[in-house]
Design a protein around this ligand. Sequence first.
Ligand code: FPP
Ligand code: MG
Length: 471
Amino acid sequence: MLLQLRPGAPAIRAASHATRRIRAPVCAQCLRQESLDVRIRSQPRAGYHSSPARASALGAAVAVAKNVVSNAISSRTSKLNTDLMGIDPLRLVSKEMKFLTGNIRKLLGSGHPSLDRAAKYYTQAEGKHMRPLIVLLMSRATHLCPKSPETHHRAASTVQYTPIPIDTSITPLSILRDNNPSTANATSASTVSAAEADSAISSETDILPSQRRLAEITELIHTASLLHDDVIDHSVSRRGSPSANLEFGNKMAVLAGDFLLGRASVALARLRNAEVVELLATVIANLVEGEFMQLKNTAADEKRPVWSEEALGYYLNKTYLKTASLISKSCRAAALLGDANAATVEAAYGYGKNLGLAFQLVDDMLDYTRSERELGKPAGADLELGLATAPLLFAWRDRPELGELVGRKFAQEGDVQRARQIVLETEGIEQTRALAEDYAEKAIECIRDFPDSEAKDGLVEMAVTTIKRKK
Ligand code: FPP
Ligand code: MG
C-alpha cells in the first residue's frame, strides 16, 4: 500500500485541505491497482513528506493529478454556470421512463397471487429509478460516439446482421410455460408490453429497444437486491412504506427477490449478447460479494482494530461491489449494445464506476446527517447495523478510541450514540463529502470526449445532483 502526501489542494478546494494519495489494496476488479485520491481535512502526520526524493517524485504526480482534477472541475464549473443550467435528466428520456414501471411489472407477472403481489411490491412506490435513468442517458450519449470497427465489418460483410426482437424467446414457449399455468399470460403480456412501448416511442429515438430493456433489467436486479437487503438488515420501512419483509415475512421477501432475478435473467438472455449477459451476471455475484464484505468492517475483523488505510480500502472495495458494480457494468453494457467503440465502452464504464462510488459515499453521509422523515427510511441505521462507513472511518483516524467500538460493531449499550457523537465532533462527514466530490468529478472527466449532446449534459447533471442530493 502506498501512502503519500499530496501537498496543496486541487483547484477550487479550500487551500487548507491536505490531500493524501492512497493506493487501495488489489481487489474488486476495477478498483484494482487504481490509486484513490483521498482528501483529508486535517494536518498531515509528520514524516509523510520528509524525504526529498519522495517530494520530487510527488511533485510530478501532483502536477498531473492537479491537471486532471482542475480540467474536470473547470469544464464542469463552466458548464454548470452556463448551458447546463436547467437541464433535467429525466425530461431527456421521459418517453422511455414513462414505460419503465409498466414494463417491469409485466416482466414480473406470476399466476400465484401472493408471489405476484410480493414481486411487484417495490414497483408500487415511486422510486428514484436512478439506475435505469443513467442507462438510458448513457445509451443516448453514446449514440453519437464512434462505433466499434467490428460493427462496420459486420455491416459490410455478406452475412447480413438481423437483430432479433428482444422478446423472442430462445427456448420454445411450450417449454418456458412448462408446469406453470400462469406463465403463458405473463409471457404474452411482456411481448405486448414491448411492442406497445416500441410503437409509443417514436422511431426517431436514438435509444435501442435492447437498451431500454437493459434499463429495466438493471432496475429488476437492484430491486431484487433490496428485497434481500431488507431481510438482512431487518428493515421496517422503504420508500416511506412498510418494507417487503415486514409486509410479507422474510421467506416470501427472499423468494420474491429470487423471482425477480429469474425474470431479469430471462430478459437478459433475450438480449442475445453474451458479453452483456456476462457483465450483468457478474453484477449479481458482485452484489453478494459486497454484501458479504459488509458483514465485517475490516478485512482482519479484529477485536480492537487500529485505524489503517486498509480499512478505508476495504470499505471502498465493498462499496464498488455493492453499489458501483451495477451502475458501471450497466453503463458499459449500454455502450456495448449500441456498438460503441472500445474507448467509448471504457469511458461509459469509468463514468458509472465513479458515479456509483460517489453515490454510495453520499448515501453513507446522509445516514449521519438526515432525519428519518427526510430519508423515507430510518436514519442512523448503519451504526445500528454495526457498520463502519466512510464518515466513521475518517473520524476513526483522528479518534483512535473508535477502534474498540468498530471491533464490537457498536453492540454495547451506548456505543451507537457515542460513535455518532464522535463522528459529529470530527470532520468525518466533510471528508466523506470531499471524497464523493472527487469521484463525481472523475465521472464527469471520463465522458469529457463524448460529442456534445443533451444526454451528455444529463449525465454531468446526474453527477452534480448525486453530490447535492438530500435523500
Ligand atoms: C442496499 O444497501 C443494498 C444493496 C445496494 C445491495 C444488497 C445486496 C444483497 C442483499 C446481495 C444479494 C443480491 C441480489 C441481487 C439478490 P443499504 O442497506 O446500505 O441501503 P438501504 O439503506 O437502502 O437499505
Ligand atoms: Mg439496507
